[in-house]
Design a protein around this ligand. Sequence first.
Ligand code: UDP
Length: 328
Amino acid sequence: MNQDLKHCLITGGAGFIGSHLAQYLLNEGNHVQIIDDLSTGSMKNILPFKDNPGFSYTIDSCQNKNLMAELVDRCDEIYHLAAAVGVKLIVEDPARTIHLNYTLTEIVLEMAAKKGKPVLFTSTSEVYGKSEEVPYQEDGDLLLGSSIRWRWAYACSKLLDEFMLLAAYKTRSVPVVIVRLFNTVGPCQTGRYGMVIPNFVSRALQHLPVQVYGDGKQTRCFCHVKNVVPVLPELIRNPLAYGQIFNVGSDREISILELARLVKKQLNSRSEIQFVPYEEAYNKGFEDMKRRIPCLNKIKSILNFNPDLLLEKIISDVAEDILSSKNS
Ligand code: UDP
């Protein structure tokens, strides 16, 4: 077997990003094993490659330690994506989020340390909180809101994970890489947990009102998942990345109102744009980020990163995916 080809374990491999990563790694000729409890992931996401001879899947929780020990033993590298995700879900059940995100990472690190396997962890741009010092740099300060506002439970749980990974690198020499993902979007992302692009596209296709929360002046940078996944194996296989944090995403900024207009125009939709106060969309006292832009200098210093798939391509891919799932 080609030395560059690996046995890859993906926790949360039936999720949106996990399944795109699995498909990419398989296309490159690697073996891929996923573990997913299907709490937010879906069998539908792995259908396109379920019968690939290089692919195996286990539907179970990473909290099953015996199973995890076996899976880690058999792999060369671990992509740890399993987590409670999405701000909406977190606001609804913060205790579960904190517990799960802590426990899953603790188990993965314990197994990785025993077997000396590298771990790539997907963190989130949420950890920058409401800092207005954009573009965000990996070593910049983080500005989280008060703990009485549930939104911050998510960032806090992912930050705790980051600390656990860095500590495992420092004290137990586990090769770890942390990636902070910025609004990764594309086909197979569900709108169930409030994510804006699947929601806008799905509503625009049905000519239902597209709901812009707040005044719509808040901005985000959206990156196609197909631009994100190739970076992950490159990082986990590069010892210069160990013990490091990298922003990964696009740095092209757009306001949510402009996004709503673009989706409508591109899909020839008759949807109205409806403004919904944050308190109605989430809950009382909800705080949103005004701008969220990554500084990409660090990732570009270590590999060739060029997120070239534009928002128009993201919108058309998401629309095509929604239409084809309806027809299947
Ligand atoms: N948003 C919106 N309408 C929706 C869903 C989200 O206006 O139907 C807004 C949300 O309040 C935020 C932005 O779109 O300002 C991006 O939301 P998302 O949940 O996709 O990601 P976030 O960047 O908040 O993690």
